[in-house]
Design a protein around this ligand. Structure first.
Ligand SMILES: Cc1ncc(COP(=O)(O)O)c(C=O)c1O
Length: 366
């Protein structure tokens, strides 16, 4: 049996008619930028998350950058961000001229550890970039209390948390603004790059919309220096066509996670992730002994896995100049040695999940 890590062709087959119709309508309209599907998707996504304003952008990284810049974060400022995340949540802070200050993550949720965040606050700290990683929502009550006590913005990175919920709200609705990625493999994925910013704040929404459109809301208006980062009509129409499926897709991911839990819980060499009620299982990340050997064994048996991530961000060459040691982020330092992401996507069959579990069991029990 072959179990790919993701299977986007299977997703296309399952949504083919809606997606083809959507693409055809945009092509026939001849309008590819600033068009109806973009506005429609922005409204639909704002409503799905529970925010007043959505701004479509070209990708999730630009979404973060646009938020930071539009909050006037820059040189001399510090922004606290997790050591354990995808690079975007730190590099966008650097690109503003501010300094990313890394905090370790909680070993149970893989998200910012509030006690370490509290230790990293200085008079220069302006904001927290909170990443809801793998589909889990961070400890928002604790992080919001810290932010409130210290007058900090909370910016949410929701690239991996499409419709994740906790503490009575949806990821993306807690902070001053949130960034979403619709990279093709995300729980809701475009057929190329795409992203969005959400916010409750009407003024901030206008500033972000200007920033990503050359500094103005209309053609030839350039009130501030901006960038070109727009969601295009084809991607917006594809996202709109797929959006109705998202709750069912998330439910399928959760079903597969439960299946993995039921089959693998007895293996002492594995530590399984806590999949809470509102978790959307973007990734199913186990911590395991002999990770690289297990990964090679699975590959040899036709099962593709990935490591999210091979290195914590402070130990990437991009941040070598910060001079961090492994001991600075003990949880992240351990994760980079032990995490392995097993295949999890809606179109995966129960037989495939069983086969992955059989292979893992065989590896540890042979
Ligand atoms: C946690 C996180 N933040 C930000 C991003 C950036 O999104 P994009 O690839 O759309 O720029 C990603 C995407 O991989 C991500 O996983």
């Amino acid at each position: 049996m072959r179990v790919p890590f993701v299977d986007l062709t299977a997703q296309y087959q399952a949504t083919r008619e809606a997606v083809d119709n959507a693409i055809q309508a945009v092509v026939a309209s001849g309008t590819f930028i600033h068009s109806a599907p973009v506005n429609q998707f922005e409204s639909a996504w704002a409503q799905a998350i529970g925010c007043n304003h959505a701004i479509g952008v070209a990708n999730g990284t630009d979404a973060l950058f646009a938020i930071l810049r539009s909050l006037h974060i820059g040189a001399g400022d510090e922004v606290i961000t997790p050591a354990w995340s995808w690079i975007s949540s730190a590099e966008t802070i650097s690109l503003t001229g501010a300094k990313p200050v890394f905090a370790d993550v909680d070993p149970g949720t893989f998200t910012l550890a509030p006690h370490d965040v509290a230790l990293k606050i200085t008079p220069r700290t302006k904001a927290l970039v909170v990443v809801h990683l793998y589909g889990a929502v961070a400890d928002m009550p604790a992080l919001q209390a810290i932010a409130k006590a210290n007058g900090l913005w909370i910016i949410e990175d929701c690239a991996q948390a499409h419709l994740s919920t906790a503490h009575g709200a949806t990821a993306g609705s807690f902070g001053v603004a949130s960034a979403f990625s619709f990279y093709p493999t995300k729980n809701l994925g475009a057929m190329g790059d795409a992203g969005a910013v959400l916010t409750h704040d009407a003024d901030l929404a206008v500033r972000i919309r200007r920033f990503v459109n050359h500094g103005g809301l209309t053609k030839d208006e350039h009130l501030v220096p901006g960038i070109n980062s727009r969601l295009d009509a084809l991607q917006a129409s594809i996202l709109l066509a797929k959006l109705p499926q998202l709750p069912a897709w998330n439910a399928q991911r959760k079903r597969h996670a439960a299946h993995y839990q039921a089959r693998l819980a007895h293996l002492t060499a594995l530590q399984l992730p806590a999949v809470t009620e509102g978790h959307t299982v973007h990734l199913f990340v186990v911590r395991c002994h002999r990770r690289n050997e297990l990964q090679a064994h699975l590959q040899a048996h036709g099962v593709s896995t990935h490591v999210h991530y091979p290195s914590a961000i402070p130990f990437e060459p991009a941040y070598a100049s910060f001079g961090h040691q492994l001991a600075d982020f003990p949880v992240s330092a351990k994760l980079q040695q032990h995490v392995l992401s097993l295949p999890v996507y809606p179109e995966l069959s129960d037989e495939q999940v069983d086969y992955v579990c059989d292979c893992i069991q065989h590896f540890y029990e042979r």
